[in-house]
Design a protein. Structure first.
Length: 50
């Protein structure tokens, strides 16, 4: 999935939400990858653990 497939406002909202959850220590990196994977699979993509 190309990031450009999501509109810019949606990208910003997802980024802000994930950043806020990580800052308050409610979201770990593994959990973040799982959530992002669920989002991108709707667009035919997948998150790759690099």
């Amino acid at each position: 999935m190309a990031v450009s497939e999501l509109n810019e406002d949606t990208q910003d909202q997802i980024f802000d939400l994930l950043e806020n959850l990580q800052q308050i220590e409610k979201l770990k990196n593994k959990d973040m990858r799982i959530l992002l994977d669920k989002i991108v699979r709707q667009y035919g993509g997948k998150v790759v653990n690099k």
